[in-house]
Design a protein. Structure first.
Lengths: 150, 550
């Protein structure tokens, strides 16, 4: 599956490992709960490590471990739930996270301009047809009134 | 009045282009109903009973004559020749065609207007005192801060998908004319012990289904911290506000359920990270204040003798002056209300011709500016006393001079069942009936200061819970009934009205209002207002009479 990272279409190299599944080789992401439960095992993993955040996880709780992750996925259960916009801002603006922040799940292309402004730099589409739409909508505005992360 | 910079203009132009694309995608079936709904709401577009409704932002209620002429043009060419002014100092069109709305927005952008964030679960139009900058009891003009807040809230990337809508009001005067205690955030410009001016911050107030009076979260906030403190409140609300039940999603519920102390501690902790990095600079404040500098008043205005002569000679003019004008901080000037509560037209509505006439009057007499009040009237704020007589005559020709501001027939009224898909009951028809029952102006003036607010459903768009008399339309098995409350107020003495008793049938409601007013006339003390009497005697004497025959 392709996705957009830093405004370019790229191939996804990451796999999400569900909480009850065996870890796999390569670049993997896990839930925050799995990370807390299996920290030792995950630290020994020889690929890159990512975290999948849900709306109820918080950047504050992740803050001390951020350097261990190359990817943070923000998993939108519903586009109307704006909590992850604040979590993205906190990850970048407060905790200075430098890795990839990727929007996944049920956000909509019309939100990517805002998501980019709070620090999301990668977008996984629901269907491949969304890719050009997302790239276009990242440029909806050339001006704004607030400070941006991007 | 604030003039757009290139940045402001580019932003609204790009917003129009964005909404045009979104609407095209929707009409082609490329955007789902659910997704488009959220996007159109953030551009003020509702789908109502008969047609889409477009709500245009009136930034803190301030418009110029060019903008009002544009509203007239839109009413004439895209709608049914009228528009409606709302309690958020906004403007609504009831009959636009969805496919034409992008064109309407482009028309608005050409006169520095927009409809951004006039609905949806985001930060809404900031409102203020309709007498800002001209009233005699002002500590400082709130409008520069309103504009700073307008810009900060517009397209804020983090806070566009909040748990629920979010409303901010600012007052700069001793008398709170902006209902700040019933807003998600209310800001009062106040002086501290050192004589410096800052903000008292009130949080968690609101109307609607669960009316709550806001609580003071910060007795004094330095001006330079305004935006960082707002950001802290919004972030805490965005993260912790309830999203499981839309009726419990406003910040008032979060503040109430967590307690002000706990909420305040969360905000302060968040703010401690922000306050030193995001200060408003003195330069920015000075530049913004300059945008609202006083117009070139005539310092000889008080010399005029004709004003007193006309009042002595013409009783109708004197009555209008008494009820429909307000004191002005500059001698020889008054602020004049344009009453949108003529007995035979729906409260807050204005025709295309009336809009143009008022734009002309603003140019002739009031430096080209027009304000919208939160009680659904307009104000020409800077009228020389020598001009009041001809202004009055011209307003009267347009049926805009009914001398009823602040009286029983100056009702706040939502569109109700006639237009709104949420409503349970009609409100415009009831307003008309009450107007017909109270057709004696002397009687209305004898009753004096009275705020009747009427909403067609529990969402309470017409703020019935803070009306001195509140009327709430409810549905009982398919028929329209009305619940009455007494003693509400949205001003300094904020109070939520007390329920009088069981709902009253549609054919009884006007009689109930008349009965309530009769009780007041018979039992009031000398000089006692309706609200004061309700506060003194409670609801019982009213209740006994209204339900006497039941």
């Amino acid at each position: 599956m392709q996705l957009i990272k830093d405004q370019q279409i790229i191939e996804n190299t990451w796999q999400y490992i569900a909480d009850n599944d065996e870890l796999k080789t390569g670049d993997i992401s896990v839930s925050f709960a799995r990370w807390q439960a299996d920290k030792k095992q995950l630290m020994a993993h020889d690929g890159k490590l990512g975290i999948r955040m849900s709306t109820t996880d918080s950047a504050d709780e992740l803050a001390n471990d951020l350097e261990k992750f190359q990817l943070i996925e923000l998993d939108f259960p519903d586009f109307a739930d704006g909590r992850l916009f604040s979590q993205a801002w906190l990850l970048r603006g407060r905790y200075h996270y430098q890795g990839e922040i990727r929007a996944i799940g049920h956000y909509i292309p019309d939100q990517v301009f805002y998501l980019a402004r709070v620090g999301v730099n990668a977008f996984s589409p629901k269907v491949a047809e969304e890719l050009p739409d997302i790239i276009k909508k990242l440029k909806d505005f050339t001006v704004n009134y607030q400070n941006s992360i991007n | 009045m604030y003039q757009y910079t290139d940045t402001d203009q580019t932003l609204v132009d790009e917003r129009v282009a964005q909404f045009r694309r979104q609407t095209e995608q929707f009409l082609k079936g490329e955007l789902s109903e659910d997704h488009y709904r959220a996007l159109r709401l953030r551009n003020g577009v509702y789908i109502q009973t008969h047609a889409p409704l477009l709500r245009v932002a009136g930034p803190y209620g301030l418009l110029n004559s060019k903008q009002v002429r544009k509203l007239a043009h839109i009413a004439r060419f895209y709608d049914k020749k009228y528009c409606h002014f709302t309690t958020r100092q906004n403007i609504q069109f009831n009959w636009p065609k969805l496919e034409q709305i992008p064109d309407i927005l482009a028309e608005l952008a050409s006169v520095q207007m927009h409809s951004i964030q006039t609905s949806g679960n985001c930060m809404r139009n900031t409102t203020t005192d309709h007498l800002a900058g001209v009233c005699v009891d002002e500590i400082e003009d709130p409008r520069p801060y309103c504009e700073i807040i307008r810009q900060w809230t517009t397209l804020h990337p983090e806070f566009d998908y909040l748990p629920r809508k979010f409303k901010i009001a600012v007052s700069g005067a001793l008398h709170d004319r902006a209902a700040t205690q019933f807003h998600d955030i209310g800001l009062h410009l106040v002086k501290n012990a050192e004589g410096e001016v800052g903000f008292k911050v009130i949080v968690g107030g609101g109307l609607g289904r669960t009316p709550i009076i806001g609580q003071v979260i910060k007795p004094y906030l330095e001006k330079k911290h305004l935006l960082s403190y707002l950001e802290a409140i919004l972030r805490i609300y965005n993260l912790y506000g309830r999203r499981d039940n839309k009726y419990k999603a406003r910040i008032k519920i979060l503040v109430k359920e967590s307690s002000l102390a706990k909420f305040s501690a969360l905000v302060d902790k968040e703010w401690s990270h922000l306050k030193d990095n995001n200060e408003l600079s003195a330069e920015r404040l000075t530049a913004m204040c300059a945008q609202f500098s006083a117009p070139a008043y005539d310092d000889q205005a008080l010399e005029d003798q004709s004003f007193a002569q006309h009042q002595a000679a013409d009783q109708a003019f004197a009555t209008w002056v008494k009820h429909n004008t307000a004191n002005h901080k500059v001698s020889g000037y008054r602020a004049a209300f344009v009453s949108l509560k003529a007995p035979d037209s729906p409260p807050g509505d204005m025709t295309d011709d009336q809009l143009e006439a008022v734009a002309d009057l603003a140019d002739a007499y009031s430096f080209g500016e027009i304000r919208v009040t939160h009680r659904q009237n307009l104000i020409l704020a800077d009228i020389k006393q020598a001009d009041l007589y001809s202004l009055w005559q011209k307003l009267a020709e347009q049926k805009l001079a009914t001398p009823n501001i602040g009286t029983a027939t100056d009702m706040i009224c939502c569109p109700g069942l006639d237009f709104c898909s949420l409503a349970n009951a009609g409100s415009i028809g009831i307003a008309k009936e009450i107007n017909e029952a109270l057709d004696d102006m002397d009687y209305i003036h004898d009753i004096g200061d009275l705020k009747i607010n009427m909403s067609g459903c529990m969402n309470g768009c017409a703020h019935q819970s803070v009306g001195h008399i509140g009327i709430l339309g409810v549905d009982k098995k398919g028929t329209e009934w009305y619940q009455l409350t007494l003693g509400g107020s949205s001003e300094n003495n904020a109070a939520i009205g007390e329920r009088l008793g069981p709902a009253v049938a549609k054919d009884q409601i006007t009689q109930a209002i008349v009965t309530i007013l009769d009780v007041y006339i018979k039992q009031r003390l000398e000089e006692e207002s309706f609200l004061d009497m309700v506060n003194r005697v409670g609801i019982t004497p009213f209740k006994e009479q209204v339900y006497a025959t039941h």
